[in-house]
Design a protein around this ligand. Structure first.
Ligand code: ATP
Ligand code: MG
Length: 218
C-alpha cells in the first residue's frame, strides 16, 4: 500500500461498458468467500446511500443535461464521500477493498471521453485522494463494439447512451492511464470466456494476498 498508515489492500476493476467488470467481481468474491477472506466490495459512482443518490442523478436522469465539468465534479463528490465513509476506514482496518471503477474511470470517461483533459482530473485527484492509489487495477480490455453487443438487451443509462466515438475515446483514455502507471495494472483479455478471465484474476489476487501477508500484514 502506497499510504504507509493504511494496512489494507485496494483493488479496482476497470473497462468499457459490458467488458465484464460486474461479472468478474462476482467471481472474485466467490473465490474470496471460498478462502474465507474478508473484504468490502463497492462500486462507483455509488456504493453507499449518499453516493447512490449521486449515482441516480448521474446515470438515470436522462432528462437532465449535465455539463461535462459538473459530471466530473459529481463523480469526485461521490468518490470523496465513499473514501471518507467506507474505503479509507476499511483500508485502515487492514481489510481488502474491491471497487467496481475508481479514478481511472474519471480519466477515461470525463478526461478522454468528454474531452476535459487529464489535467483537470489530476487536479481533482490531488484534492480528493492525493496519497492513495489502488494496489492493483484489473483492466478488462474489450473492443467497444463487443461490449455494446453484450449489453444490447439492457436499457442504456445516461452515459451509456453516448455514441461509439465517445467509447473509443474512453478506451484510448484507459490505454493512456495504463501507459502512465503500468506497474499498477493487470491487463485481462475480456473477450475470453468469463471463467478463464476469472481464474486469471483470482490467481493474481491470491498471489497479492500471499505477498501482503508475508510482509507482515493480517
Ligand atoms: N467473458 C465474458 N464472455 C462473454 N460474456 C460475458 C463475459 N463477461 C461478461 N459477460 C456478459 O456480458 C454482459 C455484461 O457484463 P457485465 O455486466 O459484467 O459488464 P460490466 O463491465 O459490469 O458492464 P457495465 O459497465 O455496464 O457495468 C453480461 O450479460 C455478462 O453476462
Ligand atoms: Mg457493471
Amino acid at each position: 500500500m502506497n499510504q504507509p498508515d493504511l494496512p489494507g489492500l485496494f483493488i479496482t476493476f476497470e473497462g468499457v461498458e459490458g467488458a465484464g467488470k460486474s461479472t468478474l467481481i462476482a467471481a472474485v468474491r466467490h473465490c474470496l468467500d471460498e478462502q474465507g477472506v474478508d473484504y468490502l466490495a463497492t462500486r462507483e459512482p455509488g456504493g453507499n446511500p449518499t453516493c447512490e443518490r449521486i449515482r441516480e442523478l448521474l446515470l438515470h436522469r436522462h432528462e437532465l443535461d449535465i455539463a461535462a465539468t459538473a459530471e466530473l465534479l459529481l463523480m469526485f463528490a461521490s468518490r470523496a464521500q465513499l473514501l471518507e465513509q467506507d474505503i479509507l476506514p476499511a483500508l485502515a482496518a487492514g481489510r481488502l477493498v474491491l471497487s467496481d471503477r475508481f479514478t481511472d474511470a474519471s480519466y477515461a470517461y470525463q478526461g478522454a471521453g468528454r474531452e476535459l483533459g487529464f489535467e483537470q482530473v489530476a487536479a481533482l485527484e490531488q484534492i480528493v485522494h492525493p496519497h492513495l492509489q489502488p494496489d492493483l487495477t484489473m483492466f478488462l480490455d474489450l473492443p467497444v463494439a463487443l461490449g455494446m453487443v453484450r449489453k444490447q438487451d439492457q436499457q442504456p443509462d445516461r452515459i451509456e447512451a453516448e455514441a461509439l466515438a465517445f467509447f473509443e475515446r474512453v478506451r484510448a483514455g484507459y490505454q493512456r492511464r495504463i501507459e502512465q502507471q503500468p506497474q499498477r495494472f493487470m491487463l485481462l483479455d475480456a473477450s475470453l470466456p468469463a471463467h478463464q478471465v476469472a481464474s486469471q484474476a483470482c490467481a493474481r489476487i491470491a498471489d497479492l494476498l500471499h505477498q501482503h501477508r508475508t510482509q507482515g500484514h493480517a
